[in-house]
Design a binder for this molecule. Structure first.
Ligand code: DHE
Length: 543
């Protein structure tokens, strides 16, 4: 089946890699240096997400020169122009690329890919800055805000994170960060947020300072999506980790200063065909509560790494073969099982973090996308974890309690029908009876600007739709409603209403009990809000 518009929008986001040198390959049609540079830029922005920086193929087909030269310029032009039912977008007929650009790209693809620069220890050291040394930081909060209920909110296109007081909804500070921060993770003590920009810049924000500010920063690569802190007892705030898309590696750092300590490449063999992959990107990383370990999804190889940080110089890594295209995921309610999407494989991989093994590979339909997922006690099947999907309306519930409900453990127990495909995140809270499901990438505004909410004690009743974007009362724009996130008490749920950079956006706070509007946070500086991370819920893995 062809990919939906939502799936396409999700994959096609730009990747800001620059600096590859022009390569001239025998047998390929001529192009000028300017054309090569322009094509390289377009390739990174539009194509690399699916076909890979080195064009070895990922969710898209491989585009190595043995293949592209055989197809030739005219064939490639037609393919880029019209797309294909297998999921290739119609870049020409949709008006996104001009004839001239398509002609350039078709020739560019017949030359070997320019290799983007590496980023090793010298580059990391060079970019590493400690603004406030640990011994100069305050010992207790220098303000009266409730640190535990603070939210870190990504202001994507502003290159900032807003630190918002969950009690008063006041923006406490706008903190300059990397570009388009993907996620923020609270440290185990709750005093820091670590953020990762798409440009692979990590910022450590100290919430005790008045106002909260960046105390250390480092750039760990050219492009990245994940950051995490050590969670195991006795290692609170000691080790930080970030994973990169390019170069394909992860780096272990000092948790207080971000001093880089060890870089480990993820280049290696794929789990299925056991072929070498030159650019397996690091997707989600979670800190284990079972052992002093980080659990790392390596996307293209489909390997899940359990990296033990007890002795970084003699690093122990358990490699669990799961399924290709590992992406996002979160813990079950017990904190023993890591539930993670192998999205283009249409599987949820379940890792037993205690016994360090693959517990199950659960089949689900068409691109599961859980975020961190949602845990609740199902009236019939006991504890379950759920995910929504990009490719259809399914909300798939998987049993997670092998002790008391062994017959349902790691089986799909129920599939709810939501508003439609194009869903990215679902969320609930132990104090809540609601299960929220967004659909920001659904092609119809009626769905992308609203959210569905189920009563978990009466799932058969179906969902109610809340007009979140309308409640925000904004000017024109896409106003996609994205990523539900609870406050610490679990009695409010926050949504981003995400519009374009020049348009008005907002954060909408809903009363979880009454499902009524409680508060709207908006204004000139609330630019393109996306991810929101509550300090307490994020560090305790409550979702
Ligand atoms: Fe995300 C989580 C990668 C597009 C907002 N996103 C993640 C994670 C990964 C990832 C690997 C898990 C991190 C972790 O837990 O350690 N995201 C990618 C992509 O590769 C992709 C598909 C395309 C891209 O080029 O980035 C992509 N993501 C998006 C978006 O378009 C979103 C909506 C806005 C944006 O910033 O680009 C977006 N992603 C998010 C958010 C989370 C996330 C808000 C964390 C959700 C949570 O509740 O934990």
């Amino acid at each position: 089946p062809g990919a939906t518009e939502g799936e396409m929008a999700y994959r096609g986001s730009p990747s800001p890699i620059e600096g590859g040198k022009q390569v001239v390959t025998p047998g390929a049609p001529a192009m000028t240096e300017a054309e090569f540079e322009r094509s390289q830029q377009i390739y990174f922005e539009r194509c690399a997400g699916c076909h890979g920086v080195l064009r070895k193929g990922a969710t898209g087909k491989p585009l190595t020169t043995d293949i592209t030269q055989e197809k030739g310029t005219e064939y490639l032009k037609a393919l880029i122009n019209f797309g294909s039912p297998a999921g290739m977008p119609n870049w020409g007929t949709s008006g996104e690329l001009t004839d001239e650009e398509i002609d350039m790209l078709a020739r560019f693809l017949q030359h070997d890919p320019p290799q983007p620069p590496e980023w090793g220890m010298p580059e990391m050291q060079e970019s590493w800055v400690v603004h406030v040394a640990p011994e100069d930081r305050p010992e207790s909060p220098q303000h009266d805000y409730n640190v535990d209920n603070m939210f870190a909110v990504t202001l994507r296109d502003a290159g900032e994170v807003a630190i918002i007081d969950g009690d008063s909804k006041e923006v406490i500070s706008y903190v300059p960060t990397g570009y388009a921060v993907h996620i923020s993770r609270a440290s185990s003590s709750g005093r820091y947020f670590a953020t990762i920009g798409r440009d692979a810049k990590v910022d450590l924000i100290d919430l005790y300072m008045n106002p909260p500010q960046v105390v250390a920063e480092i750039k760990i690569g050219m492009e990245a999506r994940s950051v995490e802190n050590s969670r195991y007892e006795g290692y609170e705030d000691e080790i930080a980790i970030a994973g990169a898309y390019w170069p394909p590696h992860y780096v272990l750092m000092d948790g207080q200063t971000l001093e880089p300590r060890k870089i480990v490449s993820t280049r290696g063999m794929t789990v299925d065909t056991q072929e070498y992959h030159p650019e397996p990107r690091v997707a989600a990383i979670v800190g284990s509560h079972q052992h002093p370990e980080f659990i790392i999804n390596v996307k293209e190889t489909g390997q899940i790494l359990l990296v033990n940080y007890e002795d970084i110089d003699n690093l122990q890594v358990t490699t669990i073969g799961a399924a290709p295209f590992l992406h996002d995921g979160g813990w079950d309610a017990s904190g023993r099982y890591f539930m993670t999407a192998a999205n283009e494989s249409d599987r949820i991989a379940v890792v037993d973090a205690k016994d360090r093994e693959l517990e199950a590979l659960v089949p689900v339909e068409r691109i599961p996308h859980p975020g961190r997922g949602a845990n609740f006690v199902h009236p019939e099947y006991g504890p379950v974890w759920g995910t929504s999907a990009l490719g259809n309306a399914n909300i798939t519930l998987i049993g997670t309690d092998p002790d008391n409900h062994p017959e349902h453990a790691f089986q799909v127990v129920e599939i709810l029908e939501g508003q439609g495909g194009g869903s990215l995140f679902i969320k609930t809270h132990p104090e809540s009876d609601n299960l929220w499901v967004d659909t920001p990438l659904h092609p119809e505004a009626e769905k992308s600007q609203t959210v569905a909410v189920f009563d978990i004690n009466n799932l058969d009743a179906g969902y109610e739709v809340l007009p979140i974007a309308e409640w925000a009362d904004l000017g024109p724009g896409p106003k996609r409603v994205v990523q539900p996130e609870y406050n610490m008490a679990g009695d409010e749920v926050w949504f981003s209403v995400w519009s374009g950079m020049e348009e008005e956006s907002a954060i909408v706070v809903v009363d979880d009990k009454t499902r009524e509007l409680k508060h709207v946070i908006k204004g000139e500086r609330i630019i393109t809000p996306t991810g929101k991370f509550n300090n307490y819920n994020t560090r305790k893995d409550i979702y």
